[in-house]
Design a protein around this ligand. Structure first.
Ligand SMILES: [Mg+2]
Length: 349
């Protein structure tokens, strides 16, 4: 699908490791006052003054977490940053710095690495975070990317997974399931391409789905919206593995149960039409799809009026007692026990 239009390639060996690091970091700007020293010394120096520091890491491996036959390297770089920032925002914090380490095989040229870093740089500029370090090394096969994001939050602002209380409302930002369906569309086109490389895919009906898969965004805006509404979530998590899996994390850690309502799950019209086409149940896709990078949080029921009319949020249910378990109320008003069927990188298929 992604043919190579530029056969002129520079091998990484020509530059050497330090030449490569200088080359790929020279256009990065510093955005945060807390970054006292970024790339260029033995260690970065940060000053988060009296705030609490948030640290989160993700490791992405070719063939396990992404497929370069439909994931352009620039998008991969962008997404690798986004998935980490999302975890900082899920703590109600502000992301300020990232480190990026990569291992690449000799099948990658300098131009390929430049593409990857163009995506990393775009994410850093968009979200105003500083690249402050990392490592580059060789791998025997494929590409591996490890990103660490560092953020801060004022002491009384950090939101954990374990604070949900009975009767709290369960709220989700944005809509669910699109990233998973985007992956289904891309996988299907890959199969078609393998059979007939001249086939030009018509992806017009799936633009939103593909964008959600290839160029996801993190909900940096939610903390500000909640602050403006004067709402502090009692618990929060980002939706990386699917709604049910994240609900399990919140309920287990908060020692509560929950009830969510099928007819309240926010779905984009493209999700509904693609589910019909792929013969998938849209509720299952919303519950188990994953990679939406929306935020799932709970708020006291007294905040109902502040949340209910906000177009960024959907109230999908409420927290119950622990012994009630996790329940989905269907459109037919049936109670179904939720299963943590989210995507899990360690799960065997
Ligand atoms: Mg997370």
């Amino acid at each position: 699908m992604l043919e190579d239009k530029n056969p002129q390639k520079t091998s990484l060996a020509e530059l050497g490791e330090f030449g490569l690091i200088r080359h790929i970091t020279k256009f990065f700007k510093i955005h945060q006052p807390s970054t006292l020293k970024g790339v260029g010394d033995d260690a970065a120096v940060l000053d988060s003054s009296d705030k609490q520091t948030l640290v989160t890491t993700d490791l992405l491996i070719e063939g396990v977490h992404f497929d370069l036959s439909y994931m352009p390297l620039k998008h991969l770089g962008y997404k690798a940053i986004i998935v980490n920032l999302s975890d900082v925002y899920a703590m109600n914090g502000e992301a300020e710095q990232v480190t990026v380490s990569i291992a690449v095989s000799n099948r990658f040229s300098l131009e390929a690495i430049e593409e990857l870093y163009a995506g990393i740089q775009l994410a850093c500029n968009t979200y105003k975070v500083d690249l402050i370090g990392g490592d580059t090394t060789s791998s025997t096969k494929g590409i591996l990317i490890s990103v660490t994001a560092i953020g801060t939050a004022e002491k009384d602002k950090v939101v954990y997974r374990n604070g949900a209380k009975e009767t709290d409302l369960i709220v989700v930002s944005g809509d669910l399931g699109a990233a998973y369906l985007g992956l289904q569309v891309l996988e299907r086109e890959k199969q078609v391409f393998q059979v007939d490389p001249n086939n030009q895919p018509d992806l017009e009906n799936y633009t939103y789905l593909i964008e959600r898969q290839l160029k996801p965004e993190a909900r940096k805006d939610v903390a500000g919206i909640l602050k403006e509404l004067d709402v502090k979530p009692t618990s929060m998590i980002d939706i990386s593995d699917g709604l049910s899996s994240e609900l399990f994390h919140i309920c287990t850690q908060s020692k509560v149960g929950c009830k969510i309502y099928e007819d309240k799950l926010p779905l984009d019209p493209q999700v509904i039409s693609a589910c019909e086409e792929f013969e998938l149940d849209s509720t299952m896709v919303a519950l188990s799809g994953g990679e939406d990078y929306e935020l799932l949080f709970t708020v006291p029921i007294s905040d109902f009026d502040k949340i209910k009319a906000n177009p960024n949020f959907s109230i999908i249910g409420h927290i119950t007692a622990e012994n009630q378990g996790l329940q989905l109320i269907t459109r037919a008003n049936q109670e179904i026990e939720l299963k943590a069927q989210g995507w899990n990188g360690l799960k065997e298929d």
